[in-house]
Design a protein around this ligand. Structure first.
Ligand code: ZN
Length: 266
């Protein structure tokens, strides 16, 4: 197996992975979406709410605010010695105390945390509008969870892969008419010395428009076997590379449990 990072910018990561099966990259993708634990608000205790929104709407909005997830320090509530009833090992407390003196918007940044490692990723997410005299006071408890249980625990906003494309222009058949260049929406091809040439193979989405446009059948489009381009955008709760590493860890753990179960059964 070979991995090559193509791009790492902000919350986005694009890499090429070679020498694996479709089943493998797909399990990596599905695990990243559904089984990498992240922090999100699960319980909210509303102390005062004189805003226009119902308590449950505010609680729902709080749940969807991405929170930073520390690398270590918290356990899943189901694995905690408190058995999920809530303790500092499995829960982080956040609180919000806003009394409006003039019309204002309460933002995610107004949500303060006891643990500086668990805080809203983006401060400018609006929670509720308050009129002068209205107030919102609450305590919120964040815990680890999985994307398969609720989308608020999903660490990625985008996670997908595509086959590594292969575009072959047969120079002896190409007469440089440029029809393929016009047909390609992604500017993969360019005319060079009266021949069509591939200039940016990674942009190719294997649509086959160039093949159809070529009157002389000089273009061939396909995929490279066992090679994929993987794209991932984190919600900011974890760095994108950590999402993929944790996803691999979860797969390793599952394989180990499978082996153990097999050994016990035989
Ligand atoms: Zn606990």
């Amino acid at each position: 197996m070979e991995v090559e990072i193509l791009e790492r910018q902000g919350n986005e990561l694009r890499f090429v992975i070679r020498g694996v099966s479709t089943a493998f990259v797909n399990s990596l993708r599905r695990t990243a979406i559904a089984e990498v634990p992240t922090m999100a608000i699960e319980d909210v205790v509303i102390l005062t709410n004189s805003s226009a929104l119902f308590d449950e709407v505010i609680a729902h909005r709080l749940g969807l605010i991405p929170l930073t997830t520390p690398k270590d320090g918290y356990v899943m509530p189901k694995d905690c010695e408190c058995r999920g009833s809530g303790c500092p090992k499995c829960q982080a407390r956040l609180y919000l105390d806003v009394k409006a003196e003039f019309p204002m918007v309460v933002y995610a940044k107004d949500l303060l945390s006891d643990d500086p490692n668990v805080r809203p990723v983006y401060g400018d997410i609006p929670i509720v509008k308050l009129e002068a005299g209205q107030a919102l006071v609450l305590e919120a408890y964040a815990q680890l969870g999985l994307g398969k249980d609720h989308a608020k625990w999903q660490p990625v906003s985008a996670c997908a892969y595509k086959y590594y494309p292969k575009v072959n222009v047969m120079d002896d058949l190409c007469d440089g008419c440029g029809k393929c260049v016009e047909a390609c929406a992604k500017a993969v091809l360019k005319l060079n010395k009266e021949k069509a040439k591939v200039v940016d193979i990674l942009k190719c989405m294997l649509c086959g428009d160039c093949v159809e446009a070529c009157p002389r059948g000089a273009i061939d489009v396909g995929k490279v076997d066992g090679c994929f381009v993987f794209y991932l955008e984190s919600t900011g709760t974890l760095p994108p590379e950590d999402v993929i590493i944790k996803s691999a860890d979860v797969l390793i753990d599952k394989a180990k449990r499978f082996i153990k179960a097999l050994e016990e059964a035989s």
